[in-house]
Design a protein around this ligand. Structure first.
Ligand SMILES: [Zn+2]
Length: 673
């Protein structure tokens, strides 16, 4: 899952700032060896697969349909649909959107009853002599679907026997799309033809695929792998082959609402091809048979970043990659989700991996799963050219400053933000600096930067975190899609294999301890210091100017201590900051600043002009239906975070962002298939 940079966008519509961190000290019950728990994703041999046909032809009407044929035996049968979705770190299975559920066998409708406790389970009784039950269901799809494109994460349409490990349930998927639409997925196609007439069990003739719709059948797999293999489809579809000299093969599949948005810039494609090459140098292994970056560009479909083993489901605004300026806001999106193929999918914290999608996932090691991915994704984006080294540093400064000025860290550890992940993901902005959010993302980024620069320092620049990644993520060499769980002692042992150090204490102090300030040691060891300037950095200015569906706003967090939307609505107030002391509150709307109607520029000017003077900043503020006058006693001027080079120290931060590979001559022009 991607930690969207919503918090950088300074708006009341911002997604909650997501943090990261982690865990530790609970010594893992056992050190799992690779061979002991490698979970090969292969269908159970000789099993008749479930057949599922997903109909995406009504995407524009917010409806998907499925026809499912399940091999059964006579007697009681419990079918189930996924609840805990890998990568979401919380129970987001869309059971409440699943509708029109009808079971039939031999032409007869079967009665069913939902389980009274587990609402994801359907109980029915299979009559004697029946070996196959047909299930019809629909899913109401309110995001990631438009009249021009559709995204299918299979949990929307899946039903399978309960109580069986999902890696042991065979399933053969098919996908129906409107005439002329293209499909992107890591699934292996075996046949394509005109869509067959659906067998619904109810009269849904008004919702049948239109004439000319096509159905593509894919090779049988397991329910575990199918859930991990999303599909994008659309009228404006392009598939670009990336870095063709690299094996296995990599593709960028894009769909968009408008044709011009699906025609990606050659520069962007070259950077993503570089990303493929750079992961080879960073991870020294690949754990997939083929990899598809699935990308939707649509202002309607919404943003997304969800990792899978052989693909990633990425969604962004239609103009997100149209030029370098817009690109900055999501420059690490593809690099982050791609990194998860190694860190999160192949290597997964033991308790984040469950044999089914019903057992709750436990997030204490998310500072590795997400936090190390946050670090590596940003580093890889810089090495690939998706962002410049300066932009890397500017965004790192924003992230580090945000963590360093987060009062909630006085009561909540990074580990607790990881353990609490499933209850922190959807919270609003109000007082989020006191609650903390999913801080294990950005805290993990600082921790792994600290580790990387420390390894460089301890080994006199002979080794780096790359050496650790080769060991930890490359263990077992190249594999197909595979899940190999781990526990904390393996991380410590692998770090010690790179360079001897008290890594257990290093991790415990940063993850489990209460630390009033952020871990800035990696920035210092990298040859820089975090400081505050009276103007935003170029990177911050670019982010603000590029806009996004999340709107624009004004971030005066490090001066008066508020984040405020373009209309003057305060999204958050810094606990114990100047605005807090003046009794401002999230949700209030600033009408006027020093007698002038509110604007972001006007607020910044007032802060600037109050510097060193006794007169407070005068605000007129609306709280629900009340209006009040508030004076803000702040006189230290504007403050924006930036990293400044410390001369005479090793510049590891610059070294870290340098590419490790060179594109072959003439290779940087990926062709559309
Ligand atoms: Zn992630």
């Amino acid at each position: 899952m991607h930690s969207f940079l919503g918090f950088l966008r300074k708006t009341s519509f911002m997604k909650p700032f997501q943090s990261r961190i982690a865990a530790v000290c609970t010594v893992a019950a056992a050190f799992f060896g690779l061979s002991a728990v490698g979970l090969v994703a292969q269908p159970a041999s000789n099993a008749t697969p479930i057949q599922i046909v997903a109909d995406l032809t009504e995407a524009g009407r917010k409806l998907y349909h499925a026809e499912i044929d399940l091999p059964v035996k006579a007697g009681p049968l419990t079918l189930i649909t996924p609840q805990w979705i890998p990568g979401n770190h919380r129970p987001t299975g869309p059971v409440s959107d699943i509708t029109g559920v009808v079971f039939t066998a031999n032409g007869q409708t079967l009665e069913w009853r939902r389980d009274d406790v587990n609402l994801y389970e359907f109980h029915l009784t299979v009559p004697k002599g029946v070996t196959s039950v047909h299930a019809h269901l629909d899913c109401i799809v309110t995001a990631r679907a438009t009249t021009k494109l559709a995204v299918l994460e299979w949990e929307k349409l899946l039903l399978y026997p309960a109580g069986v490990p999902v890696k042991e349930i065979a399933v053969q998927p098919s996908v129906t799309v409107p005439a002329g639409w293209g499909i992107g997925t890591a699934l292996t196609p075996v046949a394509t033809g005109l869509a067959p007439a659906p067998v619904t069990g109810v009269d849904e003739s008004g919702h049948a695929p239109a004439a000319g719709s096509t159905t593509t059948k894919y090779a049988a797999t397991t329910v575990e792998q199918l859930q991990d293999s999303p599909v994008i489809a659309g009228q404006y579809f392009h598939e670009f082959a990336l870095a063709p000299e690299v094996t296995p093969k990599h593709y960028l599949d894009v769909v968009a609402d408008e044709e011009r948005d699906s025609e990606l810039r050659p520069e962007f494609l070259a950077e993503v091809a570089n990303l493929v090459r750079e992961t080879g140098a960073m991870y020294a292994s690949r754990h997939y048979n083929v990899y598809h970056f699935l990308l939707t560009l649509s202002d309607v479909a919404g943003g997304e970043g969800l990792e899978h083993g052989q693909s990633s489901n990425n969604g962004a605004d239609e103009n997100q990659f149209r030029d370098a300026q817009h690109q900055l806001g999501e420059a690490d999106l593809l690099a982050h989700e791609f990194t998860h193929s190694w860190n999160g999918k192949y290597r997964r914290p033991g308790r984040l991996y469950q044999p089914d999608f019903e057992t709750p996932e436990q997030g204490d090691l998310l500072w590795v799963y997400e936090g190390m991915t946050q670090y590596l994704g940003n580093v890889l984006a810089a090495r690939s050219g998706l962002k410049s080294p300066e932009q890397y540093r500017d965004l790192l400064a924003i992230s580090a400053a945000n963590l360093d000025n987060k009062p909630g860290r006085e009561w909540r550890s990074t580990e607790d933000s990881a353990i609490s992940s499933s209850i922190l993901r959807t919270n609003g902005m109000a007082w989020s600096n006191w609650r903390r959010g999913q801080d294990y993302y950005q805290e993990g980024e600082l921790l792994w930067l600290d580790a990387d620069t420390l390894i460089r320092k301890l080994t006199n620049d002979q080794k780096s975190l790359n050496d650790f990644e080769h060991i930890f993520l490359g263990k077992g060499g190249n594999t197909g899609p595979l899940i190999v769980p781990y526990e904390l002692p393996e991380i410590v042992a692998d770090l010690n294999q790179v360079v001897a150090y008290d890594w257990a204490k290093f991790i415990h102090d940063r993850v489990a301890g209460i630390n009033a300030r952020a871990d800035l040691a990696g920035i210092v060891q990298g040859g820089y210091k975090l400081t505050y300037a009276d103007k935003p950095s170029r990177g911050e200015t670019t982010l603000g100017a590029s806009g996004s569906r999340r709107g624009s706003g004004t971030d005066v967090w490090y001066s008066i201590g508020i984040r405020v939307g373009a209309d003057g609505t305060i999204s958050d107030v810094l606990w114990d900051g100047p605005a807090d002391k003046a009794k401002l509150a999230p949700g209030q709307k600033i009408f006027a600043v020093n007698g002038v109607v509110f604007s972001g520029d006007g607020l910044r000017t007032a802060i600037r002009e109050a510097k060193g003077k006794p007169e407070p900043i005068h605000l007129i503020v609306q709280t629900n239906s009340f209006v009040s006058l508030i004076d803000l006693d702040y006189h230290d001027g504007e403050k924006y975070p930036v990293l400044v080079r410390v001369d005479g120290t090793p510049d590891y931060l610059d070294e870290i962002t340098k590419p490790l590979t060179v594109a072959p001559q003439g290779a940087n022009a990926p062709a559309s298939k």
